[in-house]
Design a protein around this ligand. Structure first.
Ligand SMILES: [Zn+2]
Ligand SMILES: [Zn+2]
Length: 335
């Protein structure tokens, strides 16, 4: 079977129509007819060759929503026509300590949907059925697609580090990831503070769920926020004065980065040990967490604020994501 997709043939190359052959489905694989695929910043990193130059031809796309069209022999739990989503990960070893605990995102045998595997900028995609997730009926397909990577990226640290009792949570950066973090944080019952360099984002941040808004370049306001938050989730990919954010934490507080920051993060160890503060990282989520996130999003009406664009216009919108101009996500309509 031939799959029609869009691929870049070399780093920084534009995407062009690209066909590839799929032989028989493996016993645990599913063929998904893609209806929507979000564009994530990681797709841009892959396309630009930032994460390897040996991955071309590259069919990006790891925020996939579509319907099950064909099932491998051992996949008994899906029905044809069922709506499912696929995120960054499309395979793991299913035998290690982390897989056994449902933290497949930490498996050293993890496989990515669009790195060494053809992704979702396509009319169809083949993945391990164990990494396809049913979507709650309430979720609109276009609004749901970016949840599969962008959504889980912030949902997981909010759940793991936020704990069961609502806390005081900060979100740094009100972009593709931050706009999910504000919605999820509010719906989880946290008191949410948005941090941004742009005063124009204040009304938007409040509409998305922020109780408070702090301009990160307003030194007075940052000082006033000192000792006020239990958890700060930073979604930005440019370095901040991290010690200022450590100061904003309360005792036992955590600063968690989910942005792929270049270089090193500079933090004063003394500032950490006084009041037992931590710096953490977080990467997508395991299968149980993704399932939970999708049903939570369905119940609380959390979704992407997204511009929907036909797959044929992928090149112009990739550049918009590259320049950080998407408000807040761009989703390709693939059929
Ligand atoms: Zn992503
Ligand atoms: Zn494993």
């Amino acid at each position: 079977m031939k799959i029609h997709a869009f691929a870049a043939l070399k780093p920084k190359g534009s995407l062009q129509p690209f066909d590839y052959d799929v032989k028989e489905l493996g016993p645990k694989e599913v063929l998904i007819k893609v209806s929507h695929c979000g564009i994530c910043h990681s797709d841009v990193h892959l396309l630009d060759g930032d994460w390897g130059k040996d991955i071309f031809p590259l069919v990006p796309g790891h925020e996939v929503v579509g319907t099950v069209e064909k099932l491998g022999d051992e996949i008994k739990y899906w029905k044809k026509g069922q709506r499912v989503g696929v995120g960054w990960q499309c395979g793991s070893c299913f035998a290690c300590e982390w897989c056994n605990k449902g933290e497949e995102n930490l498996c050293s045998g993890s496989k990515a949907t669009c790195r060494g595997h053809h992704g979702g900028f396509a009319e169809r995609v083949v993945v391990d059925g164990r990494f396809a997730f049913p979507l709650p009926e309430e979720l609109d397909s276009a609004k749901a697609a970016p949840l599969l990577c962008g959504g889980i990226t912030v949902y997981s640290p909010l759940r793991r580090l936020g704990g069961a009792v609502p806390k005081r949570v900060g979100v740094v950066g009100i972009g593709g990831l931050g706009h999910f973090a504000l919605q999820f944080g509010r719906a989880m019952g946290h008191e949410v503070t948005a941090f941004s360099t742009s005063p124009a984002k204040e009304a938007e941040a409040q509409r998305l769920g922020a109780h408070r808004f702090v301009l990160t370049n307003d030194k007075k306001a940052m000082k006033a926020a000192k000792g006020s938050l239990d958890l700060i989730v930073s979604t930005v990919n440019v370095h901040q004065d991290w010690n200022v954010f450590i100061d904003i934490l309360r005792p036992n507080g955590t600063l968690c980065t989910v942005g792929a920051l270049p270089g090193d993060m500079s933090v004063s160890p003394t500032a950490l040990l006084v009041d037992q503060k931590s710096v953490a990282g977080s990467v997508i989520g395991g299968r149980p967490m993704i399932g939970e996130m999708l049903s939570f999003a369905g119940r609380h009406n959390v979704g992407a604020q997204a511009e929907i664009v036909p797959l044929s216009r992928v090149n112009e919108v990739i550049d918009k994501v590259r320049r950080g101009k998407a408000r807040y996500r761009i989703v390709l309509a693939c059929e």
